[in-house]
Write a protein that binds this ligand. Sequence first.
Ligand SMILES: [Mn+2]
Length: 434
Amino acid sequence: MQKEINQVFKFRRQRLIELLPCDSIALIFSNDYQIRNRDINYPFRQDSNFLYLTGFNEPDSILVLMTDQSKGVDILFCRPKNHSEEIWQGERLGLTQAKETLNVETAIDIESFQDLFSGWIENKKNIYFNLQMPAKQYQKIKPFLCGMESQDTMIESLHEINHLIHPMRMIKSPEEIMQIQIACDISVLAHKQAMKACKPGQYEYELESILISEFIRKGARFSAYESIVASGQNGCTLHYTNNNSRIKPDDLVLIDAGCEWQGYASDITRTFPASGVFSSAQCAIYDLVLLAQMTVIEALAPGIYWQDMHQLSVKIMTQGLLDLNILEGTLSHLIESKAIQRFYMHGIGHFLGLDVHDVGSMKHQGKRRPLESGMVLTVEPGLYFDQNDLTIPESFRGISVRIEDDLLITPTGVRVLTADLPKTSVEIEAWMKV
Ligand SMILES: [Mn+2]
């Protein structure tokens, strides 16, 4: 089984090698440990490109891909076995095992990287790496780049590796879709439990603890991002993570949380009434956001433009706010003047993958890029009404609603990966009552 999985990473490296011109060298750095304080580190999270190409979860490693006239090779620099360090830091794969398990051409002690690299770049025309890499990593290669014949040759030969890797990561393979689905399934269970457990008078962090507990209980030790549990007005802070307010009986509670599974993120938002029953004003806003979300999801298919999906959500919600007398004027004028941006200040959604806001672009060579089968995205329209906004009717003040699901673009349309989570106001009220 492990061999089959590692073959997937081998194929990815081979595909990347095929994209490299002749006489190229490409460097993909692992992440390093990040210090939290003194001798304590933050939990280690591998660099997403490195993980995508190796499946190898150790720090202090560099993947090197090289091409010449005849072929391409993949070389892994990593830490050798070291009994005394492994007692403290945990077991390492080591060089022999790394070569065999990860199926690379050769595995070399990371300490030898600079010596070998200085010789290799002498006969390479193109050098690919992450041009935005952290300074600490850049220091490892900078002396050799500066030693090149002239500044002009150097600049001409440096290329952005992300321009090759990101388009690959944008289209998910069946293996990746499986991992994302597992992340989604766990997050759905966690959201269901938190929604059902909610009682006015609780603190937001009590719901957060249910989410995290369920993630970990299912083997997803890490969240894909810090959970947002925002009651009432806190929902108006888009990235609210204090999660320390007391939930009031008339509040809506907005939970935006998702776990990470095998490096793959899920990202779900639900908004529900603390009391278990929506007020009529809350329900009006909720149903409007839901209408926008479901209309966009139904429209998704290969060939569709993401920018049009955002516009579709803008149009639906602008019309809805006109009907509710929150906006005044004509629809076309309000859309043109982007009047809804006061209440809907983010985009319709984003790519999802190894990064929660995954790599990839909806533009390609200056033009819009249509959706393709294999893309995974979130759709998350929202409306946020500040409690101190005196320009809107009083009953709507302090209401924040966002609804977010994760989706796979299929050859014929779309598959909702988070479909098992109650979503309509009727479903939510019924689920909270049980
Ligand atoms: Mn999101």
